[in-house]
Design a protein around this ligand. Structure first.
Ligand code: FE2
Ligand code: FE2
Length: 240
């Protein structure tokens, strides 16, 4: 696809996964905010759209290190990939980080008083994401795999598949908001002078968690879910 100011941010990253890193650097939300046209996303960030477009065009040929081409996968492959990478990562990382966050909030609030709010925000994100991933793995992804196999429209239990998808997208927004709050509470996941190694390690890990969540939500909101809705509607139409 060609890069234009009317293209949505999510479409651009779906076609050119390497652009995710550039959008991340510019602070442009390409996952939950991925349905907005590039021009609008730039204006919201106070960036000149023409300059950003030129940057994107010069970045298009750059190799996307470690980034999979999600747009080239089948829906089943993509659901399997999301589960094996992003879900597996969160299931290990969320419980690992919780006690470390409680520790630095308890010991080092003198370095940053806002740290006292971090454990509750993190615990909320953990609870929400653990139940969210369970719903995807037990209900939504199996529906999507059935549609991919040509076994119906997937909408037998919850009406049209767009209904559970809408709920998942709302939960993505809540998770994105929680991560944005954590970024704000930690001044951009930075460790002040005098911070211990645990503090440094937690800030680094939270930065990684944010970028993994953006990739994860992008693959679902902008690639897997729209394809599932389209395939479900096509299956319904062909069965009538
Ligand atoms: Fe997910
Ligand atoms: Fe999700």
């Amino acid at each position: 696809m060609s890069t234009t100011l009317e293209s949505t941010v999510g479409e651009l990253v779906a076609a050119q996964p390497g652009l995710a890193r550039l959008f991340g650097k510019l602070g442009i939300d390409y996952c939950c905010g991925g349905k907005r046209p590039l021009a609008e996303a730039c204006r919201d960030k106070g960036l000149d759209p023409a300059t950003v477009l030129a940057l994107l065009e010069s970045n298009e040929g750059a190799p996307a290190a470690g980034v999979v081409d999600a747009a080239a996968m089948t829906m089943t492959e993509l659901a399997d990939h999301i589960q094996a990478t992003h879900h597996a990562y969160l299931k290990a990382e969320l419980p690992r980080l919780q006690p470390l966050i409680e520790k630095i909030a308890g010991k080092h609030a003198g370095l940053n008083p806002k740290l006292t709010q971090l454990p509750a925000v993190f615990a909320g994100l953990r609870d929400e994401m653990e139940s969210h991933m369970a719903k995807e793995e037990q209900i939504l992804f199996p529906m999507i795999r059935r549609i991919d196999r040509g076994q119906g429209s997937g909408g037998d239990f919850c009406g049209h598949i767009a209904n559970p998808i809408r709920m998942m997208e709302m939960e993505h927004q809540q998770a994105g908001d929680a991560v944005a709050t954590m970024r704000q509470l930690t001044d951009g996941f930075s460790a002040p002078v005098g911070a211990c190694n645990t503090y440094l390690g937690v800030m680094h890990a939270l930065g990684q968690l944010e970028s993994d969540l953006h990739q994860h939500v992008h693959k679902e909101n902008n690639i897997l879910f729209p394809r599932a809705i389209e395939a479900s509607s096509a299956a319904t139409a062909s069965s009538v």
